[in-house]
Design a protein around this ligand. Sequence first.
Ligand code: SF4
Ligand code: SF4
Length: 155
Amino acid sequence: MFVLVTNYLINMPSFVINEKCDGCKAQDKTACQYICPNDLMVLDKETNKAYNQAVDMCWECYSCVKICPNQAIEVRGYADFMPLGAVVQPLRSTDTIMWSVRFRNKQVKRFKFPIRTIPEGTLESNGGFSEGNADLKSQNLRTEPDSLGTDLFTK
Ligand code: SF4
Ligand code: SF4
């Protein structure tokens, strides 16, 4: 006999371990709020703990997990680098990231990778190119309007 299950929960969003979260010491914007591309993380001002306010919108990108200074956020590990039932936690330094995978049998494996090719804080925001016409509000961006073959409507 076969049972077809169609409506099962596949979303495993980020979750905050309250005991580890210190609300980023009550700064205006927490690290997880700053980094989330979907603006999902919020801080409960009463408890001073962060939480994911819209779990269905979380795409498990790991950004909040990697930036949290207290390792207070977890997301399920992807099946291509860890088996079912294991737990993974990344730890960033200025130039490396180390992934610790704890397996169901309590075995722990760690994998460390470089994440930068230049020292932190040395990146040039303009990529080394001159800024040219710095009027960023101008519509004359890149090669427009010539490349569009059209007149520019500014008013
Ligand atoms: S980044 Fe970590 S410590 Fe800071 S508020 Fe978010 S979960 Fe809490
Ligand atoms: S895993 Fe990504 S999308 Fe989900 S809450 Fe964290 S930063 Fe936002």
